[in-house]
Design a protein around this ligand. Structure first.
Ligand code: LFR
Length: 483
């Protein structure tokens, strides 16, 4: 008989377009996860700038946690909660914990000038890459904070702490101020190795060093919830705060390091795990971001535009799918179309935050004298094939840079449900794609909490017992390329 006490954990997983609270119950043998709350999220525009609705997000987090606790059998307690979010975004607070600056969304184009300036000065770019392992990406926290300080110099006096969004929600829950390592590594302000903030980067961007504290590893217990009286017995665990770090931990990787990882959602994050960072000039040119795992190791990856292309394009069509069934019909219809003759250049900066994604795609196609798709089905086909090709190009880069031979691509996230995207990736890459249809970030988040609660020794242990037995779908390349 299984005598182990059940453990109940809530994973708060906030994404740029939706958020969810997933209740995970580990009974010593299986992990049952149930979505207890889901809500939309969106960038809010005010004047010429883009922001996150932080108060709205906190309201949803609170609602979701109360729902999670209410769904438990009488007498059982929610043991812990962990929060993960997208990367780079942050709050500035004073000593009393009050917000002193609005929380901008990373797609706000206030960072463009600083981003372009760094990209154009190759010696500076190389110096910052060498120091932080993160190349110039338009949304980096570094560019955001540099713009904040330049446009509102008084903020240097007002702000006492910079917390990344998961760090801030942890603080709101339990009052403990801490920067977690995986989310800190998305900033372009952390040293590429170790856990010191980069003096070189802080100086270059004009960001005060005292805003940050030495990052802590994930699976650290921060304290009990103090802001929601009904949940005062629940512990707050710092999980890998970056959703991508959580998703990577939830992939059924082999011990041989021959798997390439894709977390496929609004962004396609394509990379691998590594004990050392990739810091060569070639890695910088390839746009490799040496982000960290929750225990401070490396997950070099490249960021592609991902399903943002599709999410944006859908807005131009009145008849768009809302149910799983409608999605399946759309994807099936798109799979039956002939392959597009020419694919999109998905790195086109015009796709970053256009007023109309369809118009941005049409403009690129017209420029390349390519015929426009006739309907939504045609756009879906074009987008999925183009993303598949983008994934394959990153595989080539990683093969070259790591000197490894990748045997499989492990894919998790919303894209795992999209058969056309998985097949297009396998076809273009010439190796199988193993798709895991689970909420990857939430699962990694739950794993980190269960490690903190001592139900598992490590993520390797969690993967062996929880992830490897999960069903997955393998897409074999239809026309293996000669390599
Ligand atoms: C995905 C993600 C990516 C990051 C982007 C912006 O949700 O976290 O990893 O590069 O959002 O933060």
């Amino acid at each position: 008989m299984n005598t182990l006490k059940k453990l109940h954990c809530a994973a708060v997983d906030l994404g740029a377009t939706s958020g969810r609270v997933i209740l995970g119950t580990w009974n010593g043998t299986i992990l049952i996860s149930t979505e207890v709350h889901r809500f939309p999220n969106a960038i809010r525009t005010l004047g010429n700038h883009d922001y996150w609705d932080i108060t709205g997000l906190w309201h949803e987090v609170r609602t979701g946690l109360l729902k999670a606790a209410a769904s438990l059998p009488a007498g059982e307690t929610l043991n812990s909660v962990g929060v993960d979010t997208w990367g780079v975004d942050h709050v500035l607070i004073n000593e009393a914990g009050r917000l002193v600056y609005p929380t901008h969304a990373y797609r706000d184009d206030r960072t463009q000038a600083g981003f372009k300036a760094l990209k154009s000065k190759s010696a500076d770019h190389a110096r910052i890459y060498e120091a932080t392992g993160i190349p110039a990406v338009f949304y980096n926290t570094s560019f955001q904070l540099a713009e904040t300080v330049a446009s509102s110099p008084e903020v240097k006096k007002l702000a006492a702490h910079c917390l990344f969004l998961p760090d801030y929600f942890n603080y709101l829950l339990c009052g403990r101020l801490a920067n977690e390592v995986s989310i800190s590594s998305t900033s372009q302000l952390l040293d590429v190795t170790g856990t010191k903030w980069s003096a070189t980067a802080l100086k270059h961007f004009g960001v005060p060093a005292h805003w940050f504290s030495t990052p802590i590893n994930a699976s650290t217990r921060l304290g009990r919830i103090s802001s929601i009286p009904e949940l005062k017995k629940t512990s707050v665990v710092a999980v890998p705060g970056h959703d991508t770090a959580c998703a990577y931990e939830a992939l059924p990787s082999s011990a041989d390091e021959d798997d390439l990882f894709i977390s496929s959602g609004t962004w396609s994050l394509v990379g691998c795990k590594s004990s050392t960072p990739f810091v060569s000039t070639a890695a910088m040119k390839a746009g490799i971001c040496n982000e960290r795992t929750g225990d401070g190791r490396f997950r070099p990856l490249t960021n592609l535009i991902g399903l943002w292309l599709l999410e944006g394009t859908l807005k131009a069509f009145t008849e768009r799918p809302t149910t799983n069934r409608q999605w399946q019909i759309l994807i099936r219809a798109a799979s039956k179309l002939p392959a597009p003759r020419k694919l999109l250049d998905i790195d086109d900066p015009a796709f970053a935050n256009p007023p109309s994604m369809k118009k941005a795609i049409d403009a690129q196609l017209r420029k390349n004298r390519t015929r426009l798709p006739q309907d939504l089905v045609g756009y879906v086909r074009l987008i999925c094939d183009s993303l598949g090709q983008g994934h394959a190009q990153v595989l080539e880069k990683f093969t070259r840079l790591s000197c490894r031979t990748f045997k499989r691509i492990l894919l998790v996230g919303g894209g795992a449900k999209n058969r056309l995207l998985c097949q297009a990736t396998a076809d273009a890459a010439g190796i199988p794609v193993v798709a895991l249809r689970v909420e990857g970030s939430a699962l990694g988040n739950l794993g980190s909490q269960l490690i903190a609660l001592k139900a598992f020794k490590s993520f390797a242990d969690f993967r062996e017992k929880v992830i490897h037995p999960l069903p997955s779908l393998t897409f074999k390349p239809r026309s293996p390329r000669s390599r």
